[in-house]
Design a protein around this ligand. Sequence first.
Ligand SMILES: [Zn+2]
Length: 251
Amino acid sequence: MATQKSSQLEQVHADNNDHLIRSSDSQHPANLIPALCSKFWTLGWVTGTGGGTSIRDDDLVYLAPSGVQKELMKPEDIYVLALSQQKDPKSRVYLRSPPSLKPSQCTPLFIAAFTKRNAGCCIHTHSQWAVLVTLLLEKRSSKTTLFEINNIEQIKGIGKGYKKQGSLGYHDTLRIPVIENTPHEEDLTESLEQAMDKYPDTYAVLVRRHGIYVWGETVHKAKTQTESLDYIFQLAIEMEKLGLSWLSDIS
Ligand SMILES: [Zn+2]
């Protein structure tokens, strides 16, 4: 009996649960993550293996690995874990690990979005616009930890907040907290979680001199919000160059 059980375990180990990343459905997370990362690479969001994307399907979390060229990633490169099996962040349990790859240092940050905000997808970019916005805020004062803008149409691309229906309106002020960067990405987790607690309605956290984490209830929402924010950050940089204020009192 014991022999039979151990041979079953060996079998699970031998095939590395590859069935979790094999699907002919283009919307399956293992197919969607490489497809999205390839598009994000063309936008400069995941250049030089930086950045990443994770999708949650109920209890299963699919993750891009560390150090892989994001535009060339394949479904076989995807890590899979079960949220309910994660007891200790220091010894994470994976259902599937690609041979000879390393888990992403972004993993605890993605998991924070899934567990604290019930997100279905989290996108991390190293977009230059996001980085520049944090530098401009730092120039104003090193203690500036909030990006604010209003009266811009694209703000409507961002949701009102966790468990709230609908999107922000044209006159609403969009607020995105900024946290300080750390030498090791996983060490951002605590300050990211603190920013989520302080700004419970935010769908994104900027990381100074680094990039941004954006999440949403679905892949579609996370992607729409990441695109909208990137547009707004680029606009904000141009506004700054022209001496235009990010906040105005039109109503
Ligand atoms: Zn990063």
